[in-house]
Structures are given as C-alpha cells and as structure tokens.
Design a protein around this ligand. Structure first.
Ligand SMILES: Nc1ncnc2c1ncn2[C@@H]1O[C@H](COP(=O)(O)OP(=O)(O)OP(=O)(O)O)[C@@H](O)[C@H]1O
Length: 360
C-alpha cells in the first residue's frame, strides 16, 4: 500500500488541442478510501487510466510513496482494478479465479492457499469457493472480482471503476457496504470512480470533485456538503443542489453570489404562509437573509414532530429556489406568498468561496 500523490499532473490526448486534465494536485493517504466524482466527460476515465498505468501524464507526475511511477506499468506499480462488469475466468472455480493473480506472479502454494482462505473469509464467500462463475449472481461475481483485486498482499491501491453498475439493483447497497467494511478492515488504499454522488459520499473518507478536467474541491462528504468552496460543488452535491441568489439581493457586501442549502432556513419560520404579511413585498425583496417569494409547489418528504416536512419551491424576484422545512398542512398552496429566514449561506466571488455568512 502507498501514499499516492498527483503533482501538477496534466494530460492531453495525442492530436487534441486542449488538455483533458489540467494541473491536478492531490494527496491520497495510505489506507484511505477516496472517491473521484464527476459528471460525464469530466475526465474520470482518463485519470483512472493514468492511475492504472494505461496512460502516461503529458506533464507533471504521479508518485507512490514519493517515487515517480508515471511511466511504470500497472503491474509494476502493484495496482489492481475492479471493472464495471466482473472479469472472471468462466472455466475456473471461484478459488481458482482468486488464485490466478498470485499464480501469474509465481507465488508459492502456501501463500496462495493462505490468501484464498483469508479473502474468502473477509468477503464472506467461503461457501461459493468451489463454484464456477456461471452459477453465481452478479453480486457474487463482483465480490469475487474484488477478491481477485485484493489477492496480492502488497497491492498499492485498488481502483474501483463504477463497481456497482452491473449488480442487481437490490444488492447494490450490500456490495457498497461490503466494500466499505473490507476497506476499513484491510486498510487498503481504494479509489472509487463514479458519477453517482450517493455512492461516492457513502463510500469514501474523502471525495475529489472533478469538473472539466480539474479537481474543483477535495474534502470529506460533510465538508463538500456544508462548505462547497466552488459553486460547481454546491450545484453538483446534494439533491436538490444548493440555491444561488445574487449576494446584493441578500444585503451582503464583498461577494457576488450567495449559496445556501434547502435546509438552511430558520426552524419554524415556515409556519403560516405570510399571505400579504406586512413587510413581504410582492416583488420578492430580500434583505439580510429574509427571502420572500411565491410558492410554486410543495413536496412532502416526511414528518417532524407530527407535522409534514419537505421541500418548497419558491419563485423569488431573483430566481427559483428550493427550501426545506415544515409545510403547514392545508394552509400552504401554490401561489401563496411566503417569507423565510436563512440561518447561513456561503458567499462566492468568481465561483470561488469567499466566506461563510451567518444570519442568526
Ligand atoms: N481517446 C481520446 N482521444 C481524445 N479525447 C478523448 C479520448 N478519450 C476521452 N477523450 C475526451 O476527454 C474528455 C474526458 O473524457 P473521460 O472519458 O475521461 O471522462 P469521464 O468523466 O470518464 O466521462 P464518462 O463518465 O462519460 O466516461 C472528454 O471530453 C472526452 O471526449
């Protein structure tokens, strides 16, 4: 296992005019569960291929424990990979599949048998070790593929490329939990590449968000959610994503735009639609975090202290926003005017975070 570092790493495909990856800097600690999260075209596959040794960075370097491995083959780096679709030899049993990567590297019979026992126990697949892949579910096959990746004891890192894609929908969460447990038990550096924020945020200790070939933010799931340092992260993480309003409208000086999560609203403030309440302007004026608008729709998500709770979409003079809170039963309907008070927001300038702003 190794500490991984990307140092000013850039990559341009031959003949392309622009760089697909530009100036990436990232440190991944030995034993970390890390996710690379980005939308289609962000550069995830390209970066994965650089990590696995299929592509060589155009400039900058990739280091394992401080040693530049940019030009080493994946095998010499001891990198293992789990693909979207399980890659197994159909004619071999589960145990023989697990033994395969060890045999190709001429491990002795004792080590092979120890590793197979160890992996079967860790992945809880002992009962299927004699079976052929054709008799297994996709979930079981992918577990065996993970086992193959972990077979070699000194693997530097395991790359997981959208590993839940092919498994049956009802077993996705089980595979994700198993991966998380195995990663924590074995302390193997794992890099999980995905476009799915739920997978990334539930698997990883830290997540790097990729956009247009750059890493826009690296942080714990909590940091990415509560304090996005780039507007893209605010949009991309969370469902729905962050709301953005012109900071000027919120009465904040020194920043261009203010971002806030739907639930950053003062508790209880939503009680009673303020139809024509004094101070609520029909144009949706906004001062120091108090926002007025008209209700476009409501979506109940559950109950809090016996009262319906959910998302309310408001049309304000500065654009549509989603807020989360209590939905006064039968009193709040489309068209009602509503005033809410934000508790906090994040101030941005040029899409970059400038500061956190507390209102209450
Ligand atoms: N062989 C190639 N030659 C030139 N450009 C390429 C090549 N492969 C990918 N690209 C470009 O690099 C960019 C990043 O692609 P990449 O496949 O790494 O993104 P991704 O985040 O993995 O997307 P997806 O999730 O759709 O696979 C895209 O604009 C893509 O068109």
């Amino acid at each position: 296992m190794a500490d991984i570092s990307l140092n000013d790493l850039s990559f341009r495909y031959p003949g392309a005019t622009d760089e697909t990856l530009a100036n990436l800097n990232l440190e991944i600690a030995n034993g970390e569960a890390h996710a690379l999260l980005g939308a289609s075209g962000a550069g995830k596959t390209t970066l994965l291929n650089i990590l696995s040794g299929l592509l060589v960075p155009t400039t900058g370097s990739l280091c394992f424990d401080g040693e530049d491995v940019s030009e080493l083959s994946g095998r010499r780096r001891n990198v293992a990979q789990v693909f979207q679709f399980p890659v197994l030899y159909e004619s071999l049993s589960v145990a023989e599949n697990l033994a395969f990567p060890l045999k190709t590297r001429k491990a002795d019979a004792t080590l092979i048998s120890q590793r197979i026992d160890y992996i079967c126990k860790e992945l809880e697949i002992d009962d299927i070790r004699a079976r052929k892949p054709a008799t297994l579910s996709l979930f079981q096959k992918q577990l065996v593929a993970v086992g193959k990746a972990l077979a070699w004891p000194d693997v530097s890192m395991v790359l997981l490329d959208e590993p839940l894609t092919a498994v049956e929908p009802r077993t996705k969460w089980r595979l994700r939990q198993t991966l998380r447990r195995v990663q924590a038990d074995l302390k193997v550096t794992m890099i999980y590449v995905t476009h799915d924020q739920t997978e990334a945020l539930t698997f990883a200790d830290r997540v790097s968000i990729l956009s247009a070939g750059g890493i826009v933010q690296t942080g714990t799931p909590q940091e990415l959610y509560s304090s996005p340092t780039h507007e893209f992260v605010g949009h991309f993480v969370g469902s729905p994503g962050m709301n953005f309003l012109p900071a000027e409208a919120l009465g904040i000086s020194g920043v261009e735009r203010a971002g806030f999560r739907p639930e950053w609203v003062a508790p209880g403030f939503l009680e009673g639609a303020e139809a024509d309440a004094p101070g609520a302007t029909s144009t949706g004026g906004v001062i120091a975090g108090a926002i007025t608008g008209r209700v476009l729709r409501t979506r109940i998500q559950g109950a809090q202290q016996g009262k319906p709770f959910g998302l309310i979409t408001l049309a304000t003079a500065h654009g549509e926003i989603a807020i989360q809170g209590e939905i006064p039963e039968s009193t709040l309907k489309a068209g009602d005017r509503l005033k809410v008070q934000l508790t906090r927001c994040v101030g941005y300038n040029g899409q970059r975070k400038v500061r956190d702003i507390e209102f209450l």
